[in-house]
Ligand binder design. Structure first.
Ligand SMILES: Nc1ncnc2c1ncn2[C@@H]1O[C@H](COP(=O)(O)OP(=O)(O)OP(=O)(O)O)[C@@H](O)[C@H]1O
Ligand SMILES: O=C(O)[C@@H](O)C(=O)CO
Length: 423
């Protein structure tokens, strides 16, 4: 393996898997697999980029560090020569972590400073200017992310936000230096390292900036950021003759389907609304989940009675509804119960023959996929920016789409089921 990624959630892992499998137009990408947690066995020989998906975004910082270091150790044992710590393009974290503690711990083990930290992903409207993160035309803290159920993002100044999480000072390389080219950026990162800055926020507003960052990052042992920073990395390995540049794997998986949505994001809520116009959709009554009267069996029964019609079940509500439920039941207890509900539902569905499964939400995807015990997933073609088709191995594969809360077009769910079927 050439390149190892440690991703702090499962949809984020498939997002960067997509970027690496795709590469730049006309050049091809890397043969990429997504691993669900730190594997206990070696990776298949042909894999060039391995993405270890953790569910470490919203757990205590110490545990996130321990899991990330375990992932690093496994990736080092697979021969990787470069490592990426992948976090969310909206920098999802709290003042206590986990981006800072994990980034610093990885840098410390690898003995590096002046490490790029860049969440920008312009294709989906995430840009970074003077260290401030925008979601399309809004600053992060006015984009809806300030209402996130687990990590409300209330400060768009990423340097200031990250500095609350780190032991050491955080640097900034502003856009002017990035626009001056990869040489100027490399010099700025070296200067930051000399000044003792471990993590350095690097501005990027378009794909050209990401290409510049990737060129400057060619010799770097560690890079941190969203999936955007990975766009130009396959090209580095291709240029050095270490990889040939391959096209993504395409498969046809036919059979029963289900859609599970635990995301409360604005995008997911709109996608559910669109889907509900022509498909069976069931809202999960969260109070009844907490009382134990809505169960995995009841969700499975709904899905099974609508086989072939793209049935969808969802838990999310408006920010006001979510806040009221969190106030009543407690944020963590609620999330644990919903995660467990989705996980158990998915396990039962797959046991009963579901072959195509679409999941919305990073935490939700983590809970679902961990429960399924599918082994390594092959990263296939792109459904929408940031969301690829994923396939389990073996004779009777399950095809999955794990959608980050805010990604995907309005008709994403239909599109995803069609793509998984090879249409
Ligand atoms: N109705 C609800 N009320 C309160 N919390 C909810 C409700 N529905 C879902 N949740 C919780 O909200 C969280 C949603 O997180 P998840 O990561 O799945 O989606 P997301 O944040 O939109 O996606 P991503 O992390 O990919 O951006 C989960 O922990 C889930 O349990
Ligand atoms: O970077 C993103 O926005 C996504 O891959 C993600 O991590 C959302 O959970």
């Amino acid at each position: 393996m050439l390149l190892g990624v440690i991703a702090d959630d499962f949809t984020g892992a498939s997002d960067i898997g997509n970027t690496l499998a795709k590469g730049l137009p006309g050049q091809g990408g890397l043969q990429t697999a997504q691993f669900l947690g730190v594997p206990s066995t070696p990776a298949p020989e042909h894999i060039e980029a391995g993405v270890v998906a953790l569910k470490s975004r919203s757990i205590p910082a110490g545990e996130a560090v321990a899991q990330s270091l375990a992932a690093l150790k496994w990736l080092q044992a697979q021969g990787c020569r470069q490592f990426i710590f992948k976090y969310c393009s909206t920098f999802d974290s709290t003042p206590g972590g986990n981006i800072g503690p994990v980034g610093e711990a990885l840098a410390c083990v690898l003995g590096v400073k002046g490490v790029i930290a860049c969440p920008a992903f312009p294709t989906v409207g995430r840009t970074l200017y003077q260290g401030h993160l925008f979601v399309r035309d809004r600053l992060l803290n006015e984009s809806g992310l300030q209402n996130h159920p687990l990590n409300p993002m209330t400060d768009p100044d990423i340097r200031r936000w990250l500095a609350r999480q780190t032991a050491g000072p955080v640097g900034l390389v502003a856009l002017g230096t990035v626009k001056a080219g990869h040489g100027a950026l490399s010099s700025a990162l070296e200067a930051a390292a000399r000044e003792g800055q471990t993590l350095v926020i690097v501005d990027a507003v378009d794909d050209d900036d990401l290409t510049t960052i990737a060129r400057a990052a060619a010799p770097a042992p560690l890079i941190t950021g969203g999936s955007g920073i990975a766009q130009g990395l396959p090209a580095n390995f291709i240029a050095s003759g270490l990889a040939a540049g391959s096209s993504h794997v395409a498969m046809r998986v036919e059979g029963p389907e289900a859609i599970l949505a635990g995301s409360c994001s604005g995008a997911t809520r709109q996608q559910i609304e669109t889907h509900a116009r022509s498909h069976p959709v069931q809202a999960i009554e969260v109070e009844k989940v907490m009382e134990g009267t809505v169960t995995p069996e009841s969700l499975v029964a709904f899905i099974e009675s609508h086989r072939g019609q793209a049935p969808l079940v969802f838990s999310g509500g408006t920010p006001q509804e979510v806040a009221a439920l969190q106030h009543r039941f407690g944020r963590e207890r609620l999330a644990e119960n919903l995660d467990a509900l989705f996980a158990s539902t998915a396990r039962k569905l797959v046991k009963r023959g579901i072959k195509r499964l679409v999941v919305a939400g990073g935490e939700t995807s983590g809970a679902v996929v961990s429960a399924l015990d599918l082994g390594a997933l092959t990263v296939g073609g792109e459904i929408d920016p940031g969301v690829p088709a994923l396939y389990s191995q073996g004779d009777s594969p399950v095809a999955l789409a794990l959608k980050s809360g805010n990604f995907g077009s309005l008709d994403f769910f239909d599109k995803a089921l069609a793509k998984l079927e090879g249409r």
